[in-house]
Design a binder for this molecule. Structure first.
Ligand code: FES
Length: 105
């Protein structure tokens, strides 16, 4: 038995998927063909950044691509994250863009 993870895109789209025990959220989104962005798949590049809205999602490997302050704000790297309860997670390329310093803002 795994957990249900509801993915929430900023355009209002939502999808709920089952993430198996021992499966990363990204692996589950790939299995379902949902097109959540990813790159390295080992927690370094930050491409798969999401933001935990609700629930318990743990990093099973060190999320090197996230600063501690971002982790405190709820950002997660979905390629090395596994749910420990049902969760809601904000996903999509614009979530990672939150973390990139923008000199024009
Ligand atoms: S895909 Fe690179 S950090 Fe997740």
């Amino acid at each position: 038995m795994g957990h249900e993870v509801t993915l929430v895109w900023r355009d209002g789209r939502e999808a709920t998927i089952e993430v198996a025990n021992g499966e990363s959220v990204i692996d589950a989104t790939e299995r379902e063909g949902l097109g959540v962005p990813f790159g390295c798949l080992y927690g370094a590049c930050g491409t798969c950044t999401g933001r935990l809205i609700e629930g318990d999602l743990v990093h099973v490997e060190r999320p090197r691509g996230l600063k501690p302050s971002h982790r405190n704000e709820g950002y997660v790297l979905l390629c090395v994250a596994e749910p420990r309860s049902d969760c809601r997670v904000e996903v999509g390329a614009t979530v990672q863009a939150d973390l990139v310093p923008n000199p024009w803002k």
